[in-house]
Write a protein that binds this ligand. Structure first.
Ligand SMILES: [Zn+2]
Length: 239
């Protein structure tokens, strides 16, 4: 936004949200580093559930997913999914999609909790991602589940490194614009996740994007793209 006198003139972001930028940034056919998924035990825990807007005690099927680099991630699937077979399928779907994310985004993910219904995923810098499965069909149909997971893993693994960096704040200021409405709505919390997806798209997937999409990304946030290319160059964006 530019401030002219007392008036604020904002140039609109080119996209509504990162998951609407392009559905092919990561597709269901892209490889995953998931190797094994094993059921461990039933646990009880208090975990935030967006349906109740607070942490509530619930029972979970706990799985351990192992990835190619040897890292393990816990998948706790709410027993609201009724039986272990269904829960296993659900855990597998999300564990596979997590394995499709770049290594620098996976590295801090420790635990993923899946509630059987509800909307709105969340993630924190302690490595926890909470998924409300009520959004699954919608995002699956849009082929945007992978981009949604990408967004959440930025919160777990990159937010802290970027959001307090003076160079990042300068890039934000110099761009004078946001990549998505969502980033603009909460620049302190969502801009890194939204902009990093755009950076990944133009850096690693330019062959899948239309020229128009590339132009819109590069035109909106050139300073942020330059910032990311210095801090997380292309060779660090692999699986
Ligand atoms: Zn977010």
């Amino acid at each position: 936004m530019s401030v002219i006198g007392a008036a604020t003139v904002a140039e609109e972001p080119p996209f509504r949200g990162g998951v609407f930028m392009d559905a092919d940034i990561i597709t269901p056919d892209d490889p995953s580093t998931l190797e094994t998924l094993n059921f461990e035990l039933l646990i009880t825990d208090d975990v935030f559930d967006d349906r109740y807007r607070e942490a509530v005690p619930a029972e979970f099927f706990r799985f351990t997913a192992t990835y190619r680099n040897g890292s393990n991630v816990l998948f706790d699937v709410n027993t609201g999914f009724y039986d272990k077979t269904i829960a296993t399928g659900v855990a597998y779907s999300y564990a596979f999609v997590l394995g499709q994310q770049p290594a620098i985004l996976k590295r801090n993910v420790k635990r993923i909790v899946v509630h059987e219904e509800g909307d709105g995923w969340s993630a924190n810098a302690l490595g926890l991602i909470i998924i409300q499965h009520g959004e699954y069909d919608y995002y699956k149909r849009r082929r945007s589940l992978e981009e949604l997971m990408f967004h959440e893993t930025v919160h777990t693994s990159l937010d802290r490194q970027v959001e307090f960096d003076a160079k990042w704040k300068l890039a934000q200021k110099n761009d004078d614009r946001f990549i998505t409405d969502y980033a603009m709505s909460a620049p302190w919390a969502e801009d890194v996740a939204e902009s990093f997806l755009a950076y990944f798209a133009v850096t690693m997937r330019s062959d899948r994007l239309s020229r128009r999409t590339i132009r819109r990304i590069e035109g909106a946030i050139p300073n942020r793209l330059e910032y990311f290319s210095q801090k997380f160059p292309k060779q660090r964006l692999g699986l």
